[in-house]
Design a protein around this ligand. Structure first.
Ligand code: PLP
Length: 394
């Protein structure tokens, strides 16, 4: 389904192959070319449209949920979700396999709440049966936090089997779906999920400035007075919005306007299914093109998300990532450095205003760049291949 119709954002402006902020449509940028009064009825209508637009993506049972937008980047929303839904005497099990899971655990510690971490390292998925085992052995755990797509490696975590284990054990599920919501199906009612978070500048393809908590309305109602923080209190934000239609503190007005245009474009593309199909096509085109050059992915195909892909750096000593990065930027593509602890790697995002034609141009630029560096094969070193073989047994 490649359309190859996505032009460079502006002449000379690079494509962002990063997991947000990402390359946005000209229409999304154009939506920000005026000012709105935060208190005015026009902006209150925009806030209502934002909330209902997000709720329209939730699938069956979505009417039991509400959407609470909050100022800040995604991490602010993760912290708000934990502080608002985890009771002060609760205990959170964080399922970590990368930087975002570890960050959520650190946020929980800073808030002063009890936390246990299942740390699976760089890329192993937390599986349902180990979650069930931990919950059976630790009755103090009240909530479990799962990362939908762990953007550090690009792994798509098995949220459905995790959710089943959490529900079976009678605990509550929180999800960080920051980099997945809007492109991968997430039906919170089917998962019996209490709350999840995402942000404006990922798969909906808006610009940075706010995120949103989606939570069961009864859980929002019951969460008063729990938050550790005035500004990161999702209950208070929700209660004020329900009462006045306004955000409690200065809203990112232009970002909200951009987001409404982004939501319209998301619907026009066929919603979650359409967006997910384009990103999948991006990933498949990218991975095939990079493998043809000798590159290999960290993860076996089974765990690859259509969000971002981690590639090993080539073994050839003539390969130098800072040089590769700069040369790719000169050709109009901003890559993303790797985050693995064991071997050198880099990442290429598949999300944003990009299509398969852009991905073919990326791999062509990589081919030219390697040739310019004198690298004849992009094959990874033995240590990376050993790592990959381990990943294949998961
Ligand atoms: C982007 C992202 C976040 C939030 O990161 P910010 O830099 O605060 O926007 C959290 N979790 C995941 C999985 C993400 O991809």
């Amino acid at each position: 389904m490649s359309t190859d119709a996505f032009p460079r954002p502006q002449p000379g402006e690079p494509f962002l192959l990063t997991p947000g902020p990402l390359t946005t449509a000209p229409e999304v940028k154009a939506a920000m070319q005026r000012d709105w009064g935060s208190w005015d009825g026009d902006f209150r209508a925009m806030t209502r449209a934002l909330r209902s637009g997000v709720l329209a993506l939730l699938g069956p049972g979505g009417e039991d949920y509400d959407c609470v937008p909050m100022q800040g980047s995604g991490s602010y929303l993760v912290e708000a979700m934990i502080g608002t839904f985890l009771p002060r005497d609760g205990k959170l099990l964080v399922l970590a396999n990368g930087a975002y899971g570890l960050r959520a655990a650190e946020a929980t510690r800073r808030i002063g709440r009890a936390v246990r971490v299942l740390d699976k390292g760089d890329y192993q998925p937390p599986r349902g049966e180990e979650v069930a085992r931990i919950l059976a052995g630790d009755p103090a755990i009240t909530h479990v936090l799962a990362i939908h797509c762990e953007t550090s490696s690009g792994i798509l975590n098995p949220v459905a089997e995790i959710a089943a284990a959490v529900a079976q054990a009678g605990r509550k599920l929180l999800i960080d779906s920051m980099s997945a919501f809007g492109a991968l199906p997430l039906e919170p009612a089917a998962l019996e999920c209490e709350a999840f978070v995402s942000s404006a500048n990922k798969c909906i393809e808006g610009v940075p400035g706010f995120g949103f908590v989606v939570a069961r309305r009864d859980a929002l109602g019951a969460a008063g007075g729990r938050a550790h923080s005035l500004s990161l209190d999702a209950h208070a934000q929700w209660a004020a919005m329900e009462k006045t239609g306004q955000w409690r503190f200065t809203p990112p007005t232009h970002t909200v306007a951009a987001f409404l245009t982004a939501l319209e474009m998301h619907a026009a593309e066929g919603g979650v299914a359409g967006r997910g199909a384009r990103y999948t096509d991006n990933r498949d085109t990218l991975v095939a093109g990079m493998r043809a050059l000798g590159f290999e992915t960290l993860l076996p195909d089974r765990w690859l998300s259509p969000i971002i892909v981690t590639f090993f750096c080539p073994e050839d000593p003539r390969f130098d990532f800072p040089h590769f990065y700069d040369a790719m930027k000169t050709r109009g593509f901003i890559l993303y450095p790797g985050k693995l602890t064991v071997v050198d790697s880099f990442r290429i995002g598949c999300i944003g205003r990009l299509d398969a034609g852009v991905m073919r141009a990326v791999t062509e630029a990589a081919r030219e760049t390697l040739a310019g560096m004198g690298v004849t094969s992009a094959a990874p070193p033995a240590a990376a291949l050993a790592e990959r073989r381990r990943a294949e047994t998961l």
